[in-house]
Design a protein around this ligand. Structure first.
Ligand SMILES: [Zn+2]
Length: 226
């Protein structure tokens, strides 16, 4: 992916990176360099979203990018931005959720809470309130997300910052093996959160307003994300 190109990774370094990724996110990336190169072209299914090389304002994917930065008016040049690594990677969250829901062994929990016993988020008062007031229907799902940096190598400052999402309505064990990563920041410093989260928030809005459709063997699913 972009990380390999940007840092001119050797085969050994790439293998180390893949091993690290598979330890944190089992199954997310191919486990060997051979499979990696086979599976990914330049970016794989991820798409680069650019930000300004001067002030880091969000610019967006190349097809909708303006000619100049809206904040500082610096000209946007896709080749230069790629060379400087002035972008992060985005992969459709709704497509990842559909992929998970359509796996044959996946079932959404509809957990009834037992008073006094809190075993996960679905038992919590706020979650139950959403259910009882009808703000969350039977076909709706909720997402738990976080964003933390992972140092890649001890010898330099390179970090990977994935936005990780879990579907709350899956059992905790299944959640762990089905983490979605809609946005991935790679660089020598922490992400500019205002820029990085712009693409993620746009995806969440679409999920809430448009929703997703998936067809599981056990039931059709036509829900929105809360
Ligand atoms: Zn700018």
């Amino acid at each position: 992916m972009s990380y390999v190109l940007r840092h001119n990774l050797t085969g050994v370094a790439l293998q180390d990176l893949l091993t690290l990724f598979n330890a944190h996110f089992p199954g997310l990336v191919p486990a060997t360099t051979y499979l990696f190169h086979k599976a990914y072209g330049q970016f794989g299914q991820y798409k680069p979203h650019f930000y300004c090389i001067n002030c880091e304002t969000y610019i967006g994917p190349s097809e909708t990018a303006p000619q100049n930065c809206s904040s500082c008016n610096t000209e946007f040049d896709i080749e230069n931005s790629l060379k400087l690594g002035s972008y992060f990677l985005v992969l459709s969250l709704s497509a990842q959720i559909v992929d998970i829901l359509e796996k044959p062994d996946i079932h959404l929990n509809t957990k009834e809470s037992t008073p006094g016993i809190l075993s996960d988020i679905q038992c919590g008062a706020e979650y139950q309130k959403f259910k009882q007031t009808g703000q969350m229907g039977d076909d709706d799902i909720s997402i738990l997300w976080n964003c933390d940096g992972i140092p890649v190598f001890k010898s330099n400052n390179v970090q990977i910052w994935p936005i990780q999402c879990q579907i709350v309505e899956l059992s905790p064990r299944v959640q762990q093996g089905n983490i979605c990563i809609p946005c991935l920041w790679l660089g020598n410093s922490k992400p500019n959160m205002a820029t990085f989260l712009t693409a993620f928030v746009a995806q969440l809005k679409e999920l809430e307003q448009v929703g997703i459709k998936s067809f599981n063997k056990s039931r059709d699913y036509n829900g929105k994300c809360k």
